[in-house]
Design a protein around this ligand. Structure first.
Ligand code: FMN
Length: 199
């Protein structure tokens, strides 16, 4: 086995594009950032994706309880949106207050400015101890408001390499807090049966 740091750096190659995940529960809207989202179906008529959300994030229960979320691919200029949604929690502030958005067909917020969005109903979940992997059935999809050409999708390496230098310390601190939280809980995996899938 390689040393943990080298293993982690290798695993970083599996990081996804940077996406914004929005949610809503009891009138409270929120949004967060993830780079752990992936296509989860090869069947065009059964479009699915999945995303890992840490349990300490406010968004976690806002997705889990109503069983829906909207995942947005971002274009490669949306650094400020990532800073706004991915560096602070929505527990104490309305992070979407100044971000133009509208309600989607499932009732969760859809950001007007993005590369594309996927409205998802949760089809199943997997507990990892520290986070939940949400499997989403895509029920609606659309492009952002900007006209084509849409440019490039924001990748994790483009974000890490080109974010404002003054954000780096904050980004690293957030990552280390998340890593400590995850380290303590990663082995406490629960068996979770998603609603409606009970035997
Ligand atoms: C580039 C980037 C990638 C991130 N990836 C994830 C992720 O995959 N899963 C996750 O739960 N949080 C991830 N985060 C952290 C959350 O976006 C962050 O904790 C956010 O403040 C949560 O907001 P909330 O508490 O309002 O839900 C990421 C943040 C950034 C900046």
């Amino acid at each position: 086995m390689l040393p943990p740091d080298q293993t982690y750096q290798l695993l970083r190659n599996l990081t996804s594009p940077v996406v914004a995940v929005t949610s809503e529960r009891d009138g409270k809207e929120n949004g967060m950032i993830s780079d752990a989202a992936i296509r989860a179906s090869i069947v065009p008529t059964v479009p699915r994706l999945s995303v890992y959300v840490h349990k300490f994030n406010f968004s976690h229960d806002l997705i889990f309880d109503p069983g829906r979320f909207v995942l947005h691919l971002l274009h490669d200029k949306q650094f400020d949106l990532i800073h706004r949604l991915g560096f602070v929690s929505g527990r104490d502030r309305d992070k979407l207050a100044d971000v133009p958005h509208h309600r989607g067909v499932l009732g969760a917020p859809v950001l007007d400015d993005c590369y594309a969005h996927f409205e998802c109903r949760v089809a199943n979940v997997m507990d990892t101890g520290s986070s939940t992997l949400f499997l989403g059935d895509v029920v609606e999809v659309g492009f952002g408001a900007a006209q084509a050409p849409r440019g490039e999708v924001m990748t994790a390496s483009h974000f890490r390499t080109n974010m404002r230098p003054e954000w780096l310390k904050e980004y690293q601190a957030g990552l280390e807090t998340a890593q400590r939280f995850a380290e303590e809980r990663s082995r406490q995996i629960r068996a979770v049966v998603w609603r409606g899938l009970e035997p």
